[in-house]
Design a protein around this ligand. Structure first.
Ligand SMILES: Nc1ncnc2c1ncn2[C@@H]1O[C@H](COP(=O)(O)OP(=O)(O)OP(=O)(O)O)[C@@H](O)[C@H]1O
Length: 262
């Protein structure tokens, strides 16, 4: 895992890993033998500890891009490198649905992720306690998910992803199913956690304002076959407000580009 210190205003000890995507394309073979071209020659880089959002129309290939970064799928051409070519890297995923085991406690749900990653049992208690504290759920460790609100469940999912201490966290519309007030709270919490942990985060969303608020960089994808039609740095340091004119301006620019390429 690479460690370095960055120079921007969100500087903390950086824990994450770089991502390099070079001319990556992805096509799927369909039942009738034809090919569905989903991603076309995408190139971008994320520095260790960056927060990058991917914004794009429905079905353009955002989840496919996350799968390439997670090494769950191979690009048809081009390359996707997380960390160095030879190093082992780990990724944590957070999805739109929290995907918790409802019949198991919050603590067990996080331990289950640790077990899956081969983390020694002797470390589980410390990790679970630490990451539940980070998401403000310490007192809910022994509760079952059905007694938690949607926002709390999503916090557990975030703690589970963080607890494996992966190099990269991939988030696929994690707040898309939450009401706006809860989503606002979680966005701020995510920024706070990111500033403390400085993992590399790639965050998929349909919401341009969310992307502008959270990230250091917003990549806008076109309709399929998706290309990167905007690669926009967001210079404003955190803490940010959703209604800050600089953030709103970035979001409006991204929406304009989206509209052009839909
Ligand atoms: N394994 C697969 N085999 C065949 N086609 C696939 C496969 N995975 C994804 N696709 C197709 O690729 C396209 C892009 O899917 P993907 O889920 O990446 O889009 P998305 O931008 O994440 O969508 P949404 O915004 O609706 O979440 C879709 O047409 C989908 O049907």
């Amino acid at each position: 895992m690479s460690k370095s210190t960055d120079t921007n205003s969100d500087s903390r000890q950086v824990q994450g890993t770089a991502i390099t995507v070079e001319n990556a394309s992805k096509s799927y073979r369909q039942a009738d033998g034809s090919h569905l071209e989903v991603l076309r020659e995408l190139s971008f880089e994320a520095e260790p500890g960056d927060f990058v959002s991917i914004l794009g129309p429905s079905g353009c290939g955002k989840s496919t891009l996350l799968n390439l970064i997670a090494d769950l799928e191979e690009p048809t051409s081009g390359s996707v490198t997380v960390g160095t070519d030879d190093g082992e890297t780990t990724v944590g995923f957070v999805f739109q649905e929290p995907r918790l085991l409802d019949w198991r406690t919050v603590r067990y749900n996080i331990e289950f992720g640790l077990k899956g990653m081969g983390i020694p049992e002797s470390e589980w208690d410390e990790r679970v306690d630490r990451y539940l504290e980070l998401v403000n759920l310490s007192e809910f460790a022994d509760e079952y998910p059905q007694s938690l609100s949607g926002g709390m469940k999503q916090r557990v999912a975030l703690a589970r992803a963080m607890a494996i201490e992966s190099d990269v966290i991939l988030m696929d519309e994690p707040f898309g199913a939450l009401d706006e007030i809860t989503a606002r709270e979680l966005r701020q919490d995510l920024v706070d956690i990111w500033q403390q942990e400085r993992k590399t985060i790639v965050f998929v969303t349909h919401n341009a304002l969310e992307a502008a608020f959270l990230s250091q960089r917003v990549l806008v994808l076109s309709q399929r076959p998706a290309r990167i039609v905007e690669n926009r740095a967001v210079e404003k340091p955190h803490p940010r407000d959703l209604d800050d004119p600089d953030i709103v301006e970035v979001s409006e620019e991204c929406v304009d580009v989206l509209q052009e390429y839909i």
